[in-house]
Design a protein around this ligand. Sequence first.
Ligand SMILES: Nc1ncnc2c1ncn2[C@@H]1O[C@H](COP(=O)(O)OP(=O)(O)OP(=O)(O)O)[C@@H](O)[C@H]1O
Ligand SMILES: [Mg+2]
Length: 226
Amino acid sequence: MDVLCFASRKGGSGKSTLAAHLSAHATRPNRRCLLVDADSQGSLTLWHKLRGTGEPALKNGSRGVAEAVEAARAEGYDWVFIDTPPDMSTVVREAIQAATLVIVPTRLAVFDLAAIKETIDLSRHLRKPYAVVINAAPARRDNTESPFVTQARQMISSLNVPVWSGQITNRANYALSLASGEGVREFEAQSQAATEIGRLWLAIDRSVKAIHGAYRSGGVMHRVAA
Ligand SMILES: Nc1ncnc2c1ncn2[C@@H]1O[C@H](COP(=O)(O)OP(=O)(O)OP(=O)(O)O)[C@@H](O)[C@H]1O
Ligand SMILES: [Mg+2]
């Protein structure tokens, strides 16, 4: 079983958005996924209610993540997606501790980049692989990323922090689909948002395989800029 923890002390960076879309994307009959909502704000719980399908399954983890993850292991889940609150509380620490890979979403504002540092330091301290994902970025034009994204990427890499080579663009679809209880692929399969989530999932899957030593070639987001 593999565990993804979405963490960042910065509010509104995209933790719940990425956890919801990736879990909806990853869920298959032969890939059992579980969401753990460890944030008492309950964003994922609300999405899950709107969704109404029960897939992926959801557990509340706001009073303790380790227990929820252990129960998931016993129940035979393949992947667990943990959404965490925007702070450095015990619950976040427990979620990072339980993770195979920590995903740290960040928007581009300077303040956000400063705010990921504590989350990264905690992941390092707990010896957990982590990667930053640039979220809500300006759209690529003519297949070229915005200079703001390039600059942020360079800045993050210069701190020796792994950052995904792709981006999640600022798109209304990300919010609209969640409001109707869906992931972007279910909402609009051919959309650019669905393509971005698909690419991010592939990069995460590759990284997790590399963490287990099963995949040794390049393109691994938690070690290098994939
Ligand atoms: N790529 C995106 N494009 C458009 N809107 C986005 C994108 N990512 C996030 N948002 C919007 O930004 C807001 C904050 O996102 P989200 O709730 O996922 O952040 P969060 O990190 O979980 O916040 P919190 O720390 O409060 O839990 C939401 O209204 C969401 O719809
Ligand atoms: Mg949230």
